[in-house]
Design a protein around this ligand. Structure first.
Ligand SMILES: Cc1cc2nc3c(=O)[nH]c(=O)nc-3n(C[C@H](O)[C@H](O)[C@H](O)COP(=O)(O)O)c2cc1C
Length: 333
């Protein structure tokens, strides 16, 4: 049974990777993730806002069509409230590289071309094996088109690509009009992998105080379905690698992700719930499932359940939609 694989050109002992989480805020966290069995570790993100408070192009997109710049500034945490300052992040990365053997992927979160992108170079110099760029932006202005938003994303990818030589993964949300097209353009802009998908954190309303408050619920396994769908659709149609993040809690979701076509699957919520040792458990479950289905290697089963052989995926999708709705049976009273 061969579990070894590659992601972003990095040799991995198996395909289950630690996605960005607060566990990498300390050196001890890195060591626990490695001991727990993670094949590679993605660090928590540093934010563009942290790197450059005065980024002109960021201001442009965050305040597009608005004059309330001063108010918008108050939405962001003050510098000292951020999790880890840039210099401490670099220091932690360098120390982790000395102690940890599995590959470390640094993470930047930003949405515009600007001076902050230069920090990617510092991450490379501090020893990052690869970089994950998280593009998290909710376009709220009716005057801003999908094309403009995508142009901004692609421009950011190009800028980061130009700044570094290490492999580059790009993490995005799922709300695109034509995601397959965006994936192709991201590849052309220099991304080596897409990480699918960011979870959309939806704030809740407090009816007592009539205020809006942020909520963070850890994921549930059903969330993997959205990822399976898109990875299965894109596998073999785009040249970049596809990493799955969101809803992987057991060997079952890991297996499904690989069958859809994921190069690797990632975990955060399940690890926060069960501790870093959960990686060992999931890898053991994956091995058992592979034995049961008589797969000899991860590479052999990757994409076996993708849409690669479906000639007309869009028609297939519509047919499935009809079938699913038609399959519902009203309860008999
Ligand atoms: C507490 C917490 C902190 C996170 N921090 C980051 C982060 O800094 N950067 C990032 O790209 N994703 C971050 N994520 C998202 C995870 O990396 C992951 O993509 C998401 O939780 C979905 O995977 P899961 O279902 O395995 O949790 C965070 C998630 C949680 C729960």
């Amino acid at each position: 049974m061969e579990l070894k694989t590659e992601y972003l050109g990095l040799a991995l002992k198996h395909p289950v990777v630690a996605s960005a989480s607060p566990l990498t805020e300390t050196l001890d966290g890195f060591l626990r993730l490695e001991d727990g069995g993670a094949a590679a570790i993605v660090m928590h993100s540093l934010f563009e806002e942290q790197l450059l408070h005065e980024s002109e192009s960021l201001d442009h997109y965050l305040h597009y069509g608005h004059e309330s710049y001063a108010e918008a500034l108050t939405y962001f945490p003050r510098a000292e409230e951020y999790r880890l300052a840039p210099d401490r992040y670099l220091d932690l990365l360098a120390r982790a590289k000395e102690r940890v053997e599995v590959p470390i992927i640094a993470s930047l979160n930003g949405v515009s071309r600007g001076g902050w992108v230069e920090f990617a170079k510092d991450l490379e110099e501090a020893g990052a094996d690869a970089l994950e760029l998280n593009l998290y932006y909710i376009p709220t202005d009716p005057g801003l088109s999908a094309q403009e938003v995508e142009a901004m994303y692609l421009d950011t990818i190009r800028a980061v690509r130009e700044a570094i030589r290490i492999p580059l993964a790009v993490k995005v949300g799922h709300a695109f009009t034509a995601f397959a097209h965006f994936a192709k353009r991201a590849e052309e802009a220099g991304a080596d992998a897409l990480v699918l998908f960011n979870r959309f954190y939806q704030p809740d309303f407090d009816l007592e105080t009539l205020s809006v408050f942020p909520t963070l619920h850890l994921s549930r396994p059903y969330e993997v379905l959205l990822r399976l769908h898109w990875i299965a659709l894109l596998y073999g149609r785009v040249g970049l690698e596809l990493a799955l993040t969101g809803g992987v809690h057991s060997g079952m979701e890991a297996m499904k992700g690989l069958l859809a076509g994921a190069q690797v699957v990632m975990m955060t919520s399940a690890v926060l719930q069960n501790g870093p040792g959960h990686f060992h458990k999931v890898v053991e479950e994956l091995k058992r499932l592979m034995e049961e289905k008589e797969y000899e290697s991860v590479d052999q089963m990757r994409g076996a359940m993708s849409y690669r052989k479906v000639a007309e995926p869009a028609a297939f999708e519509r047919a499935n939609y009809l079938k699913v709705l038609g399959s519902y049976r009203l309860p008999t009273s």
